[in-house]
Design a protein around this ligand. Sequence first.
Ligand SMILES: *Cc1c(COP(=O)(O)O)cnc(C)c1O
Length: 442
Amino acid sequence: MVKKQNHILMKYYSTNKQASDATLEEAVVRGLAGDKGLYMPREIKPLPASFYDEIENLSFQEIACRVADAFFGEDVPADVLKQIVYDTLSFDAPVVKVKDNIYSLELFHGPTLAFKDVGGRFMARLLGYFIRKEGKKQVNVLVATSGDTGSAVANGFLGVEGIHVYVLYPKGKVSEIQEKQFTTLGRNITAIEVDGTFDDCQALVKNAFMDEELKAHMQLTSANSINVARFLPQAFYYFYAYAQMKKLGKADNLVICVPSGNFGNITAGLFGKRMGLPVKRFIAANNRNDIFYQYLKTGVYTPRPSIATIANAMDVGDPSNFARILDLYGGSHEAISSEISGETYTDEQIRETVQKAYEEIGYLLDPHGACGYRALAEDLKPGETGVFLETAHPAKFLQTVEAIIGTKVNIPEKLQAFMSGTKQSVPMSKDFASFKAYLMKN
Ligand SMILES: *Cc1c(COP(=O)(O)O)cnc(C)c1O
């Protein structure tokens, strides 16, 4: 009998180049590489011209299967991968015309009404598959959230056997609706309310991964966009957006604008471009936490403490995925700034944008999408068509949005269901010692 040829698994290297290569499974289970770098696939496979030729005739799920196969095809059997993709994408991501040459890619049609549902649901299913396959002991997922990650990850992982999720969030810095989405679930989800900022939450998670004693005590992984299983699947909807624009005859000179915080979302889009997706250029829209914008302007990356804004999911002072972008472009500021430009907006400008878009064109933006929309409205050149990512439903930021437009916002049923739950959280100080002591008791 001829033995079936062994699969060559995709290798993942660390952006810090000190740790040895990992398999997908190792990269997903570890989250962060041993040298604190972020994992990158050794190879980014271009998709064939024939795929792009007929992309407009394919469904979201069909497109996503092709993209998923390029990333994960060597590591996950085709039927399993297809099932994961179809289970993940149980909702649409329509492109909606907002005004001439500006379109909104609505990424808020999933269970928690933000784009993070895609990565959160995919990662939960992929990790679940690896755990079942290996008969691993319990895996503990640590996730720091500035708002939407916690809800997407918690809901994606809810009830997945063999996985416990700890959501760390900054006390008083997420909206009530966001908070309810991950503090009311119970079961395998624990919410940890940190007396600090998002950066403090992220630091606690990073420290936990570096702590040998803790790692010997429990298997830990991260569901932040540092995890390849979270950030790579976000490429799916860039391809689908292109397909929809092509169907409309609007795909030439396409500019995609991404409201950015930790830069996982836009990085997935940049991977798409590397795979041949015909996007002319990207815009990263920042709020006042404009570390990336300053980098584009000066060539110097200077992280600084985050400040609270009304686009709170973008309040990040040291975006993790910057390391991936830098690596993707060989560290070249020139290469990066030739494909990505940036914008930065104050809360006042965000408010003004939400209000004007609502009054003048009847489209209700959330504060994050507002940054994306405004950057396109200001930067688009003649002959270009823009798509911005509407990263969350405006009702997730109810008080903010209602105060801006002066009328009530309809709350989708999915969101109302969360509101009736009872908040349960574990209070935590921002120093690592107390967090570690808490985990060691579990
Ligand atoms: C997380 C989030 C962002 C920022 O995405 P990154 O991948 O961190 O850049 C933008 N908008 C909303 C609504 C979010 O939840």
